[in-house]
Design a protein around this ligand. Structure first.
Ligand code: FAD
Length: 472
């Protein structure tokens, strides 16, 4: 399917507006789009939004912009609405647009590229409905940010220009460029002529990115041997065909340690299965509570979770659509794809040195191609984020995985108070909130951010109106 062009009111050369309140949104992927939609709904009058995003399309980012036609979402369509009053909005959209033989039910795992189109379409509609929303898309990379004495922000972009705003929303997600530690980054296009010369491909990492990459290779016609390497050799578990209605009985007192959390989830999963439901329902029910539970753990326990449980948790939390799980199993059963436990000690021009856990030996592992599927994490070492931290406008979270944020994404600065004008949405908050990379959680966070910013918006617009009356 082709991408619908996003109709925006753009004038990239002009950076001033007559709207009384302006927000600069850095990053125009899913989080940036969620921010625009949420602000558009919460700020009732004129509002100027400057979006800085090098990609042409807004609303797509890494997850949906890089998707080919075959890749599926790992969330059910019914959970991905961008219209809070209509939780089936994405299902309805799919019903209107689907080209498959079967009509969407809501339990299905739609194509990622279709979700990208849906996001972009809802974003366009939100702007079309509200002419008093001004949105300019600057196809640049933001490089620095500072706050002046009056409290306004200035964001510097690549070509030396700058954009000022009353508030800033960082939505930079996984960054502008995909870095890789081993070989080629996942999702990088592989020229078809290279396939004919390849016999052995190694994928490092065994999560959802690996599954996408493996299927993409096969769909492109690669017939050779694929080796999957990760430290634990754990694969993502499957979703059920349809979700069960089981509601776990939460305890009176929440766990205070990573170990207690593990025991609780294990007990509830066993109980669910004993009652004829499935363990997946426990993980699903846990999702809206995870951030609160996570923030109640002290830092030592969060580190312990990260060290000992994060990989296992990821396998159960980030699940595969059942059809993908079956296809992966068939790959492994056929012997064309092999799973190995090992730690990469060195990577040199695609040649890996691996310590194999099963044999306790170290050896070189030659491949025709190595692809890094070890997962996406926010790039913190960018000029933009460095300038933000250096200016005291943000600080890293205690695990060093992102920025320290509240549930609404408000940035914690030097003191312990969250900012009321500076936010970071989505994956940048992973270390602070744990459960904040899924589209549903990001959209919810964007709405909480917009609720808070609408207070600053109301205060500023009221002051502007009072000044205008005084001047008469
Ligand atoms: C492959 C993949 C599949 C996923 N599938 C699902 C799914 O099925 N279901 C689900 O719920 N979630 C899924 N997710 C998770 C989720 O939807 C993502 O976490 C979400 O897309 C994050 O969006 P983002 O906008 O924060 O980040 P990104 O998608 O990384 O977008 C960030 C944007 O910011 C821009 N940018 C970065 N730095 C700058 C800068 N300095 N200046 C200007 N622009 C900048 C980049 O160009 C980019 O477009 C998936 C994630 C990935 C990676």
């Amino acid at each position: 399917m082709t991408k619908a062009p996003l109709l925006l009111r753009q004038s990239p050369s002009a950076c001033t507006s007559n709207a009384p309140f302006s927000v600069t949104i850095i990053g125009g992927g899913f989080s940036g789009a969620a921010a625009i939609i949420a602000l558009g709904r919460r700020c009732p009058g004129p509002l100027s939004m400057e979006v800085i995003e090098p990609r042409q399309m807004l609303g797509q980012g890494l997850a949906y912009g890089e998707a080919t036609s075959g890749e599926r979402l790992n969330s059910r369509a019914k959970d991905l609405s961008l219209v809070p009053e209509n939780p089936r909005d994405f299902v309805d959209w799919l019903t209107d647009h689907h080209s498959d033989d079967t009509a969407p039910t809501g339990f299905d795992f739609a194509r990622r590229a279709d979700y990208g189109r849906y996001v972009t379409e809802r974003l366009s509609e939100c702007l079309a409905k509200r002419p008093e929303l001004q949105l300019r898309h600057h196809r640049d990379e933001a490089e620095k940010i500072h706050r002046d004495a009056s409290g306004r922000f200035t964001v510097g972009v690549e070509n030396g220009r700058s954009i000022t705003a009353d508030a800033v929303v960082l939505a930079t997600g996984y960054g502008c460029r995909q870095a890789s530690r081993y070989g080629l980054p996942a999702f990088r296009e592989i020229p078809p002529e290279r396939f004919s010369r390849m016999h052995r491909v190694t994928l490092v990492g065994t999560g959802l990115t690996m599954v996408d990459t493996l299927f993409r290779l096969r769909n492109q016609g690669f017939e050779g041997q694929v080796t999957l390497i990760s430290r634990h050799g754990q694969l993502p578990r499957p979703h059920t065909e349809t979700p069960s209605r089981h509601c776990p009985q939460w305890p009176q007192a929440w766990p205070e340690s990573a170990g207690d959390m593990l025991r609780l989830v294990r007990t509830l999963s066993q109980r669910a299965e004993a009652e004829g439901a499935d363990w997946q329902s426990v993980f699903q029910a846990l999702r809206p509570l995870t951030s609160r539970l996570w923030r109640e753990l002290d830092i030592g326990e969060r580190r312990r979770f990260q060290r000992h449980l994060a990989t296992r948790y990821g396998c159960y939390r980030y699940r595969l659509p059942p059809a993908h799980a079956r296809r992966l199993q068939a790959e492994l059963d056929s012997g064309r794809t092999r799973l190995a436990r090992g730690r990469i000690l060195a990577s040199d021009s695609g040649q890996l040195t691996v310590h194999w856990h099963d044999t306790n030996r170290t050896s070189h592992w030659p491949s025709d191609l190595v692809i890094d599927c070890s997962g996406h994490r926010p790039a913190l070492d960018t000029p933009l984020l460095r300038s933000l931290v250096a200016a005291g406008l943000a600080r890293h979270d205690a695990l060093g995985q992102g920025l320290s944020v509240s549930e609404s994404g408000a940035l914690f600065q030097g003191n312990d108070l969250p900012s009321r004008r500076l936010y970071a949405l989505g994956p940048l908050g992973h270390g602070s909130l744990l459960e904040i990379t899924g589209a549903a959680e990001i959209f919810q966070q964007a709405q909480a951010m917009a609720d808070e910013l609408s207070v600053a918006y109301a205060a500023t617009t009221m002051t502007t109106e009072t000044r205008a009356l005084d001047a008469r």
